[in-house]
Unconditional design. Structure first.
Length: 299
């Protein structure tokens, strides 16, 4: 007998479903729609039923956000419209490894090793992948490989022209490098006190454009489907980044952007949803993990 999906989720997360109440512990969350109305998960998923792409921003490593992502995925899977999961946390070159694991052809330890899974995979992302595996849905390794992104940051977008065709396909066909609002927001940020360079913005764009292209291509090949994306919150802030790049590629898609905030931060502007969570006991970030778990090729 198949285990009901809500019971499987409780086992994977090690607890019961979060109640719709203000966040107190590191595991609590409260979702608000774009109008600021607090919703429980059932109400939220009914409103999200018409969205073609649901982008769930995260502070990487925040337990409440990862809990919410898994609980939301379980609810969406219970709806009749077919769904795929897209993840920033896996890169296109590892799609065959991900597919092999989902098909039961690869053991979990080998999958984690060969897929270059992020640090904290078992704690943060395993519930998502296991739900997808159990329900037989596609999981998109949506991102560009880190070593290619790193080389773009060092040598500029021209680095892509030197890649073999097979490797070039792991990054979006075109990068959006125009002087738009996203570029302004990125260039205004600081890393170790230093202003970003044009090459570093090109590296950032390679993430956003690749994830956007991955989703657009999948939905074009699978009419009637929808996609849930897990992604660092910077990539969807103010409706820019990955969200903006996807809308440019597929203007007819209806997007829902769920943006997490901790106490003291302003609510995101409409049409973004607000996912209120408690301040985590350890720092969380909206960008990729600082630790690189595997040795990667040089430029």
């Amino acid at each position: 007998m198949r285990i009901p999906i809500v019971l499987l989720l409780a086992w994977l997360l090690g607890g019961c479903q979060a109640e719709a109440s203000p966040p107190v512990t590191p595991f609590d969350y409260q979702l608000h729609d774009p109008a600021g109305t607090p919703l429980n998960l059932g109400q939220a998923t009914r409103q999200l039923a018409s969205a073609d792409v649901i982008m769930v921003g995260e502070l990487h490593g925040h337990r409440a956000i990862h809990r919410f992502q898994a609980e939301l995925l379980a609810r969406l899977l219970a709806q009749p419209r077919p769904l795929a999961l897209a993840m920033e946390q896996f890169s296109r070159d590892r799609q065959p490894v991900l597919d092999a694991y989902l098909a039961g052809k690869l053991a979990e330890d080998a999958f984690i090793e060969q897929a270059n899974a992020w640090p904290g995979y078992r704690r943060d992302y395993r519930p998502l992948v296991e739900l997808a595996r159990r329900e037989g849905i596609d999981v998109l390794a949506a991102n560009a490989p880190r070593y290619i992104v790193r080389c773009i940051g060092r040598e500029g977008p021209g680095y892509l022209d030197r890649l073999p065709a097979s490797h070039r396909a792991w990054v979006a066909e075109r990068l959006t490098l125009a002087d738009d609002g996203y570029k302004a927001r990125f260039m205004a940020s600081r890393h170790h006190g230093q202003a970003p360079t044009e090459f570093q913005f090109a590296a950032q764009a390679s993430w956003d454009d690749t994830m956007a292209e991955s989703i657009a291509n999948y939905l074009q090949a699978h009419p009637g489907y929808r996609v849930m994306l897990t992604v660092g919150r910077f990539h969807i802030g103010d409706g820019l980044g990955t969200a903006q790049r996807l809308q440019q590629r597929a203007p007819g898609l209806k997007l829902a952007l769920l943006y997490p905030v901790v106490p003291g931060e302003n609510a995101p502007p409409p049409p973004l949803w607000r996912l209120a969570v408690a301040t985590p006991p350890e720092p969380s970030t909206g960008g990729p993990p600082l630790a690189v778990p595997r040795e990667e090729p040089d430029c």
